[in-house]
Design a binder for this molecule. Structure first.
Ligand code: ASP
Length: 330
């Protein structure tokens, strides 16, 4: 008798699929079919179809790829899949996972996974991560949570997760919320459900409007900022210091930019809400918001950039962009 749950696996490359010799370095070579075949235990969990969607280092992925991937995942659900698993490089999972979270509005679990140790190394974590991802993809408890990142037996909401270590298999963290659940002996335990998801319908026909990401740093005056409109950028996310602060010289430049494009204020700290009403010095969050910047709420710079990129791509107007950040994630 066949298994009742079907899971569609889409492989995009990354360490989980990388092989080669140690001198030249590993590169993405294994297909989705190879990855699934290497984990025989998967056949006891679900009926799995594997598609090699891309085969690249995850830094090469584009927003176009993700919009196309979201459409393929929708199609898999329409033809009866109970869940979807995406395997890819871990370098950009915090961005791709959040993009899928925004692009898809489905109950079925969408689980992104990868590996920190490639298949040629002792202790390669890809097979265990793939099995766990399939287990989460068929779990009733994981339905309706939005896109998830499953690695190292932890289940993270894509909207919170960040890569925090260059090599550790425990690299993924969700500050300040913590993982939404974990796996124990193959059982999926979900202990919290994030509220306030947002859906941004974007089709492949929409054209991209690039969004720049700028990190404020000690002694920098932001002289690169006035160049952005001429370079074709349609928006900017600032990773400000602390609760949302920049030097005064940078604030002057940001004010000029905010009159021309959406400029979002996030924090370079990596956790916590951007402040709105505490500090009053020039370049403080009160000053910057008064000059037209949009506070990113709980979103860090990379996630704020992803949200703004998709909003611009969907042709969203200035008021709606502001409310997407202030009400959706604020
Ligand atoms: N360079 C790889 C990638 O992101 C790293 C990884 O998969 O962990 O594609």
């Amino acid at each position: 008798m066949g298994l009742s749950k079907r899971v569609a696996v889409f492989s995009l490359g990354g360490t989980i699929s990388s092989t080669g010799d140690s001198a030249a370095g590993v590169t993405p070579t294994l297909t989705g079919e190879d990855l699934v075949r290497d984990v025989p235990q998967i056949s006891g969990v679900a009926e799995v179809s594997a598609t090699s969607f891309r085969q690249m280092s995850s830094g090469e992925l584009t927003l176009d790829d993700l919009v196309e991937l979201a459409a393929e995942i929708e199609a898999a659900f329409a033809s009866g899949a109970s869940g979807a698993v995406v395997t890819q490089g871990t370098d950009t999972i915090e961005e791709t996972g959040f993009a899928l979270d925004l692009l898809l509005d489905r109950e079925e679990p969408v689980v992104v996974t990868g590996a920190m140790r490639n298949p040629t190394l002792p202790g390669a974590d890809g097979p265990a991560n793939l099995l766990a991802a399939v287990q989460v993809a068929v779990s009733g408890a994981a339905r309706g949570l939005g896109a998830l990142v499953v690695i190292n037996d932890e289940v993270h909401a894509a909207r919170f997760v960040r890569k925090t270590h260059t090599q550790s298999p425990a690299t993924f963290r969700s500050e300040p919320a913590g993982p939404v659940g974990w796996l124990a002996e193959g059982r999926v335990r979900i202990v919290q459900r994030p509220v306030g998801r947002r859906h941004i319908p974007v089709s492949v026909e929409y054209t991209a409007r690039p969004v720049a990401l700028y990190t404020a740093s000690l002694g920098d005056d932001g002289r690169v900022l006035p160049e952005l409109p001429g370079l074709g950028y349609g928006g900017l996310v600032v990773e400000a210091m602390g609760g949302g602060h920049v030097p005064e010289a940078v604030a002057d430049r940001l004010e000029l930019l905010a009159a021309q494009m959406p400029v979002v204020l996030s924090s370079r700290t990596g956790s916590g809400d951007v402040l709105r009403k505490t500090y009053g010095f020039p370049g403080s969050e009160i000053d910057l918001i008064g000059r037209g910047l949009i506070p990113s709420g709980t979103l860090d710079g990379l996630k704020a950039r992803m949200l703004l990129s998709l909003l611009l791509r969907a042709g969203t107007g200035p008021d709606e962009i502001r409310s997407a950040f202030c009400e959706g994630f604020g």
